[in-house]
Design a protein around this ligand. Sequence first.
Ligand code: ADP
Ligand code: MG
Length: 244
Amino acid sequence: MDREMIKAEKLNKSFGELHVLKDIDMTVYESEVVCLIGASGSGKSTLLRCLNFLEKRDNGKIVIEGEEVTKESHDINEVRQKVGMVFQHFHLFPHKTVLGNVIEAPLMVKKMKKEQAVQLGKDLLKKVGLEDKADVYPSKLSGGQKQRVAIARALAMEPDIMLFDEPTSALDPELVGEVLETMKQLAEEGKTMIVVTHEMGFAREVADSIVYMHEGRIVEKGTPDQFFDNPKEERSKEFLMSTT
Ligand code: ADP
Ligand code: MG
């Protein structure tokens, strides 16, 4: 677990006067599962969006699988193939079937052959437990099912790194478990993952590392045991008190 998959160095991002990311240094290793936690507004989504080039950083360095991706790089598509993302709101295409959603990017971006994409799509739907939903439209699915389709769709680009931004926050409580289970399965298969979550049970059980953010800075990084049982920083302690 010592190959560096994605690394940020002295990353800064402001929106106007608002300095949202402050000198973020973070390295994620192969097969590592990092849970990124912190209060609302601390900059978690902005960090993921900068790592995936949905948002342009102001300065600092991003290195993906050993290659620096400069701000001027034009091949954002190449980055997106290496770094998949799942959002709080699933963003499925409503006019496409479940299978259609999953195979869209392989067909359009990777120019995969139709039969091959269909096979891949079916395999991925099986993996997330939705093989029987291939031909239905997203409106017929529960939130948990939609999110599992969104995960399959992200995996269809065969990314080496998966980013999850509060994937269960929009779900009814009874649907959270099935999505966490899917993510846990990915983690066990060795996928490199950064997961923004408020699900502390999941973080404790599945994460290799916890990164705690406060007001745009990484305040503490440690194993789940260190972080939850013995947080070093005052801010972390306060946060943990507020969540229990
Ligand atoms: P978190 O995901 O931890 O809740 P965000 O990264 O979404 O935090 O937001 C961090 C701060 O940046 C917040 O104050 C938020 O209002 C602000 N922010 C996020 N995106 C934008 C944007 N596109 N324009 C202006 N301000 C933004
Ligand atoms: Mg957020």
